[in-house]
Design a binder for this molecule. Structure first.
Ligand code: HEC
Ligand code: HEC
Length: 143
């Protein structure tokens, strides 16, 4: 046991030295910001903010069986413990939150327990917004 401990001590002291090799090269590192040579005091214009359809209004569906579009922001977190969407759309809370309860096809019992396959809401439902600027560059033309 004693022998083992001293071997461990030697190994430890060796590893303590290994990180201390001096860097001989003193040439300055050239760092350049990804936005280029812009003075830090310059303000960049704010991005345009997306606007969502009027609160409380559903968007007409375009075809049968379409997952209805989300008329509000969709950045509610969904984890295994808590589903941000269900704080308003679950069967027991929807009425009070003035939201439509999740569809019957999404639940497994008469208490409105959401089916595992329908738990990750934004897999099917997408938010609609009037974006003042392109989210991705688009060069599409019809000609
Ligand atoms: C703060 C409460 C609240 C939260 C949180 C919330 N919603 Fe809503 N949602 C509403 C309200 C109010 C409406 C408008 C009334 C309606 O159509 O249900 C709505 C509408 C919708 C609609 C349209 C329903 C229809 O019949 O056209 C969908 C789909 C939807 N939400 C999905 C979601 C999803 C997915 C999430 C999570 C990313 C979410 N909602 C989070 C309150 C909420
Ligand atoms: C696998 C795709 C899918 C997932 C995941 C999903 N939905 Fe849906 N949802 C649909 C479809 C399709 C419809 C329309 C047909 C129907 O009512 O079943 C719908 C309908 C709805 C409606 C309208 C119900 C009505 O009576 O008009 C609401 C509200 C809704 N979903 C909310 C949610 C919420 C909240 C979640 C997450 C807990 C979710 N959905 C997960 C596909 C999905």
């Amino acid at each position: 046991m004693k022998k083992l401990l001293s071997v461990a001590a030697i190994l430890l002291s060796l590893s303590a030295y290994s990180g201390q090799q001096a860097v001989a090269d003193n040439t300055p590192v050239k760092v350049e910001s990804r936005v280029g040579n812009v003075a830090i005091t310059d303000n960049s214009p704010a991005d345009a903010i997306a606007t969502y359809p009027t609160r409380g209004k559903a968007i007409a569906r375009s075809f049968a069986e379409q997952p209805p579009l989300i008329p509000h922001k969709d950045s509610y977190s969904i984890t295994t413990d808590k589903n941000g969407c269900l704080t308003c759309h679950s069967w027991d809370k929807a009425k009070r939150m003035k939201a439509t309860p999740v569809a019957k096809s999404h639940v497994v019992d008469d208490k409105g327990t959401v089916n595992g396959m329908n738990y990750f809401c934004v897999q099917c439902h997408v938010a609609q917004a009037d974006n003042k600027q392109e989210l991705v560059e688009n060069t599409f033309t019809t000609k």
